[in-house]
Design a binder for this molecule. Structure first.
Ligand code: ATP
Ligand code: MG
Length: 190
């Protein structure tokens, strides 16, 4: 198991990039009220057929040619972490469409690793993969943060003029931004 969840996230995002994804969406939802932490990595890479997905999950197989042994650890390690912390791992994949990996765990579990240096993870992914749109959506019970390495900020949220009601934002095009809104995380990544 990795000491920080951001390292799990890095591994999964690298899986997406190895699958030639053009967009890698990283969603993290911290629901303190429900005592749940969910991490979802969604990509539009080449995906896996049902047989491959079954093998990958059951036997920890890898398609990496560099491996002497046919073993991949990324998914297995995250599953171990999630299950150890009262949660689970789910993988959905469709060939030529993409893959979604979702891990959930108990936020307050004593063994839950910290998120770690998420900024460094996202920065490393962006710097090493300039053609890929690396997106981060970080949600809590009361706040949300969005970042996209490619899309102009106007496309991610409506922008100051388009926001409704009591939403507030420190909107800055092209930069990580924060949108404050009550209850926005409820139901996300459920
Ligand atoms: N997002 C994805 N899209 C397509 N295939 C994937 C994706 N994620 C995982 N896979 C497939 O599942 C295999 C296992 O992934 P896993 O992360 O467990 O190990 P690995 O990436 O092969 O090796 P390691 O993570 O140990 O460096 C991969 O080799 C790949 O074939
Ligand atoms: Mg991997």
């Amino acid at each position: 198991m990795f000491e920080e969840l951001s390292l799990h996230i890095l591994d999964l995002a690298m899986n997406s990039i190895a699958a030639k994804a053009r967009t890698v969406q990283i969603m993290i939802a911290e629901h303190a009220r429900r005592d749940r932490l969910s991490i979802r990595i969604q990509d539009n890479g080449h995906g896996m057929d049902a047989d491959t997905l079954k093998r990958v999950l059951a036997d920890q197989t890898t398609t990496k040619r560099s491996r002497k042994k046919n073993i991949g650890l990324g998914l297995a390690l995250l599953r171990q972490t999630a299950e150890m912390c009262g949660g689970e791992l789910h993988v959905r994949s469709t060939p030529a469409v993409g893959t979604t990996v979702t891990a959930s765990m108990k936020l307050s579990h004593v063994d839950r690793p910290p998120l770690g240096d998420l900024n460094a993870t996202i920065l490393a992914l962006c710097a090493a993969n300039p053609v890929v749109d690396v997106q981060l959506h970080y949600l809590t019970d009361t706040d949300r943060f969005h970042f996209s390495s490619k899309q102009p900020a106007e496309k991610k949220v409506a922008g100051p003029e388009g926001l409704r009601g009591k939403e507030k934002t420190n909107y800055e095009p092209g930069r990580t931004q924060k949108v404050e809104r009550e209850g926005t995380a409820a139901g996300c990544l459920a």
